[in-house]
Design a protein around this ligand. Structure first.
Ligand code: PRT
Ligand code: ZN
Length: 283
């Protein structure tokens, strides 16, 4: 039995999905085919348009899939999100013409808003008690205001450069999104076990991406105060240096605390600080 995974064939989530598999030690042969399999993990991969992935998983043609949360919410499916994957990050935002006199959401009252996300936009307008005209278009939403078919847009934004190039400004963020792993509600026990195995690997990779291995030299008499600063997985590893009165301390830092902790370590007299990426982290 094989676990069947649907990923985007080409587009913004394709590379991230394939790199994730690679980081999990799963080799697959890619090359324009619609279906491929791994020779070192019981996995079959289907390459599809992102819009079709939720239906394929709901119908059980694939057991799991990788899609943007934005798409999942727009399609309003019953699929369960098993894991946030940390790539394909973007936001669904409302944007208006750069020179527009925008103050608050009431600006959108009775406006024509172009979007490929009519469901989410409709919900957002309802929640904010706004009546506006939703103009659904499937691509190049950002040119709608300049050609006069809409007054504003609701679209995905990541760097913001597309909005800028089209003379628009982002004025409200409706939701934040990233790629997620979704699953069919009920799976055969053997498939469920394969999914657990894959998830174990994905979590180890994701955890490693959020952490850094740190090595530093300190005067031995500073050991106590330095150990209080370093969280470590259990407690830091301490090794004596050839030079009398000095030791080397090894530990793991989370990216969120990283700069803060480095600062404190330097203030305590740490020297020769090395920071190294971690490939996998299994706790
Ligand atoms: O062919 P297929 O149907 O599979 O692909 P698609 O063209 O429908 O989707 P694709 O590849 O564009 O996007 C797939 C998913 O990537 C989306 O559903 C999001 O979850 C995620 N994602 C992340 C983005 C962006 N960032 C993004 N910036 N999807 C689209 N964009 C577009 C946006 O629509 C706008 O046109 O990029 C432009 C804005 O980018 P910036 O960087 O200029 O702000
Ligand atoms: Zn699509």
């Amino acid at each position: 039995m094989k676990l069947k995974l649907a990923v985007q064939k080409s587009g913004r989530l394709n590379e991230g999905s394939l790199s994730l598999l690679k980081a999990c030690g799963i080799d697959i042969i890619t090359g324009g085919k619609l279906k491929t399999e791994s020779d070192n993990f019981p996995l079959e991969v289907y390459f599809l348009r992102d819009d079709d992935i939720p239906q394929y998983v709901e119908a059980g043609i694939a057991d799991i899939g990788i899609v943007g949360e934005n798409l999942l919410l727009e399609q309003n499916t019953s699929l369960k999100v098993v894991e946030q994957l940390g790539f394909g990050k973007c936001r669904l935002s409302l944007a208006v013409e750069k020179n527009a006199d925008y103050k608050d959401l009431s600006y959108f009252r009775n406006m024509r808003i172009a979007t490929s996300y009519p469901f989410l936009l409709g919900e957002f307008l309802k929640k904010n008690n706004l009546q506006a005209e939703i103009h659904e278009i499937s691509g190049s939403v950002e040119i709608a205001p300049s050609i006069g078919v809409a007054d504003a847009i609701c679209d995905l934004v990541s760097s913001g450069s597309t909005l800028m190039q089209n003379g628009l400004k982002e004025v409200a963020v409706m939701l934040k999104s990233e790629a997620v792993l979704v699953r069919k509600k009920i799976l055969a026990p053997e498939i469920e076990a394969l999914l657990d195995k894959l998830l174990f690997r994905i979590r180890a990779v994701r955890k490693a991406n959020h952490n850094k291995y740190i090595l530093l030299n300190i005067p031995t008499n500073k050991l106590d105060s330095i150990c209080k600063i370093l969280p470590g997985m259990k407690s830091p590893t301490v090794l004596p240096l050839a030079e009398e009165g000095w030791c080397s301390v090894h530990s793991v830092l989370h990216e969120d605390d990283f700069w803060e902790i480095i600062e404190q370590l330097k203030n305590e007299g740490a020297q020769g600080i090395l920071v190294v990426p971690i490939e996998k982290m299994i706790l």
